[in-house]
Design a protein around this ligand. Sequence first.
Ligand SMILES: [Zn+2]
Ligand SMILES: [Zn+2]
Length: 155
Amino acid sequence: MKCWKDQCENKLEFTCSCTNPPTYSCDEHIVAHMKTASNSRHLPDPLTISPNPETKRALIDCLHKSLSNLYELRRKTVLDFSMQIKQINEKMKIALESFDDSIKNQRKIISQIKTIKVISNGSKTEIDEMLVSEPEIAIKLLKDSFDIFIDQTSL
Ligand SMILES: [Zn+2]
Ligand SMILES: [Zn+2]
């Protein structure tokens, strides 16, 4: 592609869509082209945007700075989430251990209660009433007395 002006060897800077295919022009001849008669309007567009080297360098510096900020932010985010995941895992471990302890205890209590031989005269005891109204306390009392019973018998 060459400038519309005959013999012109200048660098192409503009394209004008007044013709099809578009007319190309150098910087020097674009004004002259605009003054030529045309069937359709002259609509010149710069072919390239060439900022001066200083602007280019400033722009690249700015982008590099932004890039290193992004890297730093990314690193911090990974670190932050890793910490949170670690904390959540620790909390879950503690919670599960506590559940496991409770489950173990309750299973032990259930099997202990099953093996208790209640010696009573057939009438309802205080424990019987409590098992209905306050089962947790009753179970604890039963368990405690059973533990004492075990301690005594194992001697
Ligand atoms: Zn030209
Ligand atoms: Zn034109």
